[in-house]
Design a protein around this ligand. Sequence first.
Ligand code: ZN
Length: 190
Amino acid sequence: MTDCIFCKIASGEIPTKKIYEDQKFLAFLDVNPRAVGHCLIIPKKHAATLTDLPKEDAGPIFQIVQHLAKIITERLGAKGYNIGSNNGESAGQAVPHLHLHIIPRYDTDKHKAGFEAAFQVNEDAKKDIDKTLSTITRGKIIPPVKTTSSSPAANPSSSAKEQDETEDKKGEPKWCFNDEDDIGDDTIEH
Ligand SMILES: [Zn+2]
């Protein structure tokens, strides 16, 4: 969508404090952080809400959330994190392009815990946002992570309906983060 601010961020038309990018997804720091390290993960291709996201991208975007939550909390010394996403205007979605929030949390937080934190801009975190960016990225954005999808696209010869039936028979999809070492190899050490 040409008038969508997150599409413009995805295309590079609007600069952002990028922490992660791969072929399909992008993550960047929220300019109005609710805590130090508050970031957003978006699909590059416009999807208004989670239910508008192509099915094959639903697994991968959450795998990236998992990957980034681990890196961000470790690098910033956070003790926990909130994950959130407003879907639809009635749910408080400000930008109608799907975005998932990771809000790191600290024992020293002056703000209220839980989802209430999502409604309070943290002015200290906003002031130090460039320092936060360099702490998370260490000078270069986090490299792309391998994700897995149980998508119809993985088997283009079968229709979505057939794929659905196949998935039901197969049971649980396989995720890519079974081995803890895989998470950190090319990210934590550099
Ligand atoms: Zn968009």
